[in-house]
Design a protein around this ligand. Structure first.
Ligand code: IMP
Ligand code: MG
Length: 182
């Protein structure tokens, strides 16, 4: 199974720079906090943060899915189908009260993870709350949630690289690649 390039590194870098400029304009003169969803968002967050010219800090949050999680092979063949039972494995380290929060995620798929996280983070009563997702698979959505800053909309394919994994592998590929289903 050889990953094939879907979005090349130069294209990712250009889009990340655009999003960084947009965030810089939207929050001009204010401080922001990036909250990255472990582990997939780590690479996107580190590149995005360096394109933002604001007073910025980082935090991280971790989640996992309960119950009959598909095996990596099922996940690959049938797409990711979590049951919606998401559980926190790591909470943020600091209160987000009155902060400008940008939740950073690798991919918006069914929307179950971000819907769960949005509720948790909104309970902190931030000043502003935005979602930045590198990738979006709108055709897979089960919950009506949208990103405020979206890198690329992609079709329903299983992708890896630039932080995204298949059974924890491939996160370090510099391009976003499709893992062929056969
Ligand atoms: P959601 O809760 O269905 O929106 O799923 C979000 C999570 O599923 C992401 O943070 C990824 O970890 C994982 N995921 C969804 N689609 C893919 C994919 O194509 N490749 C790798 N991971 C994916
Ligand atoms: Mg994953």
């Amino acid at each position: 199974m050889q990953p094939r390039i879907l979005i090349a590194r130069e294209k990712i870098a250009a889009r990340v720079a655009e999003i960084g400029a947009e965030i810089t304009r939207d929050f001009a003169g204010e401080a922001i906090i990036f909250v990255g969803v472990l582990k997939g968002a780590a690479i996107f967050l580190s590149d995005l943060a360096r394109q933002v010219r604001l007073d910025a800090t980082f935090d991280f949050i971790g989640v996992s899915s309960y119950g009959a999680r598909p095996t990596p092979a099922q996940e690959l063949h049938g797409g990711w189908d979590s049951t919606g039972e998401v559980r926190l494995t790591k909470d943020v380290d600091h209160s987000l009260r009155d902060k400008n929060v940008i939740l950073v995620e690798d991919i918006l798929d069914t929307g179950l993870t971000l819907t769960y996280l949005k509720d948790i983070l909104l309970s902190h009563q931030p000043k502003a709350f935005r979602i930045a997702a590198l990738l979006d698979k709108p055709s897979r959505r089960k919950k009506p949630i949208a990103g405020d800053y979206v890198g690329f909309s992609i079709p329903d394919e299983f992708v890896v690289g630039y932080g995204l994994d298949y059974a924890e592998r491939y996160r370090n590929l510099p391009d976003v690649c499709v893992l062929p289903r056969e």
